[in-house]
Design a protein around this ligand. Structure first.
Ligand code: AMP
Ligand code: MG
Length: 469
């Protein structure tokens, strides 16, 4: 085969209890439906011109030279409840190239599959492909999508659906839950090995567990503020879906909001709204507290550890708020900080919530001061806009450029993603290709893609999203 992947597999060299060596299960008739050539180049892949080879490798049917396939062990708190037994139940890490994990998702059963079939269907595979690449184009740290392959097999989810495999790329797949499971098992050797590996891979300047926690907190605080600033709702922020690297991971029931409301929830399984839009900053702090707990056994003096970790956790809400304020200032055109800015921001958000204004389009319309169109009660908006315009007058630089860079014109709207999936299932990949092209430059004027900026009509609105299982 001409395909070459420059593997160097550091995870496979970790203590054996951290993973299960396990090969993907071959599929019937793999067919490549998407491949990310730019990302492949970043990973150092060569010989990527044979579609058939790509389909074989990225469906898990052929193991490429140098790969050491394995399923990673982890646990996690799901909706606040401890689940001691998780792990890659349908994902298999092929290995690492140029410092990135290359992982197949939907590649068959593993020792951690429990009652699952180890498979994925085409819908969630394309959903993750589009959403993760859209997030990347928006500038948000995220796992990436390298390939999508239809398997030619059926997957059963209440009904028979076309099977698919997604190749996901991340700087690593180490999660809060990866630490948690070793701490819970009191496996100090494993925990220490994972800790050292994590420092080498992500935080070479960190020296101890407190440093590590602070570094992860800093990245997660920035990440969540970033999500908030683009109206992104992850939907399933369990500790096993919270990456140490600070990348967005696990695109299950996630969604971008259309009309703004802080309590928005899409996930069909989030009945209490634990992972609602406005709860995300609190939840990530909770997740970091679970990471801190898992790191305690690594500290020689546990009382001192608890004191230091507690300080770090207590400092996190202010960090998130600081990033949030910086990002939302930019969204209304402000690079400088003044008293009263936050009131201005929350004033607009309150108005948007009251009137169900479209999150993305309202902020984008601020660029040319046309946001009044987004409100039913226009005078109420004008009352907000007058002091805002006065504040902009005093702003040095180019507020319009600031807003254009902070307020995307295009997001992956739910109804467009659903339409894209329905078309692909019927064999038409035109909407997928078009969505991918449009979402690659979300801050540009949408031009020929202006239909993709339109909010859903009543009958297009997606009320619920589902996990990929
Ligand atoms: P997720 O909701 O994708 O974060 O997955 C939660 C847990 O369920 C992880 O341990 C997954 O590996 C596992 N899982 C999800 N879907 C499947 C499946 N189809 N087969 C086996 N395990 C699965
Ligand atoms: Mg997960």
């Amino acid at each position: 085969m001409s395909l070459h992947i420059p593997f160097d597999n550091s995870y496979a060299r970790l203590p054996a209890q951290l993973f299960a060596s396990h090969a993907p299960t071959p599929v019937a008739t793999p067919r490549l439906v998407a491949f990310n050539h730019a990302l492949a180049a970043t990973l150092g892949l060569t010989g990527t011109d044979e579609e058939d080879t790509l389909a074989q490798v990225f469906s898990g049917s052929v193991i490429p030279p140098g790969a050491e396939p394995l399923a990673q062990l982890y646990a996690g708190h799901q909706f606040g409840h401890w689940n001691p037994n998780l792990g890659d139940g349908r994902a298999i890490l092929l290995g690492e190239a140029n410092g990135y994990d290359i992982q197949l998702k939907g590649a068959g059963r593993t020792p951690y599959s429990r009652s699952g079939d180890g498979r994925a269907w085409l819908g969630p595979v394309l959903r993750e492909y589009v959403l993760s690449e859209a997030m990347h184009a928006l500038g948000v740290p995220t796992t990436r999508a390298l390939a999508a392959v239809e398997t030619g097999e059926e997957v059963f989810r209440e009904t028979a659906l076309p099977g698919a495999v997604l190749t996901r790329v991340a700087t690593s797949h180490i999660r809060v839950g990866t630490f948690q499971i070793l701490a819970a098992r009191q496996d100090i050797t494993g925990l220490q090995a994972l800790f050292e590996h994590t420092l080498t891979r992500h935080f070479p300047d960190a020296t101890g567990p407190v440093d590590l926690l602070d570094a992860v907190i800093a990245r997660q605080a920035e990440l969540i503020a970033h999500w908030m600033s683009i109206g992104f709702i992850h939907g399933v922020m369990n500790t096993d879906n919270c990456a140490i690297s600070g990348e967005t991971i696990d695109y299950g029931p996630c969604a971008f909001m259309d009309s703004y409301h802080p309590n928005t929830v899409f996930s069909s399984i989030d009945r209490q709204g634990r992972y609602a839009y406005a709860n995300q900053p609190d939840i990530v702090v909770w997740n970091m507290a679970q990471l801190a707990t898992a790191l305690v056994p690594l500290m020689p003096d546990q009382d001192a550890a608890i004191k230091a970790f507690t300080r770090s956790i207590h400092a996190m809400p202010a960090l998130i708020h600081h990033s949030w304020l910086r990002r939302f200032r930019a969204k209304i055109g402000l690079n400088t900080a003044r008293d009263g800015d936050e009131t201005l921001i929350t004033g607009l958000l309150t108005l948007m919530a009251q009137q169900g204004a479209d999150f993305t389009n309202t902020f984008r319309a601020l660029v040319n001061d046309s946001a009044g169109d987004q409100f039913v009660d226009r005078p109420a908006y004008e009352d907000w806009a007058r002091p805002w315009r006065d504040r902009l007058e005093q702003e040095p630089g180019d507020p319009q450029a600031t807003m254009r860079a902070a307020n995307p014109a295009l997001i992956a709207r739910n109804h467009r993603v659903e339409q894209m999936i329905q078309a692909a299932v019927a064999g038409d990949y035109t909407p997928f290709t078009r969505l991918m092209t449009a979402l690659a430059t979300p801050y540009d004027a949408p031009g020929a893609f202006s239909d993709l900026a339109r909010p859903p009509s009543e009958d297009e609105r997606v009320q619920r999203t589902f996990c990929g299982t």
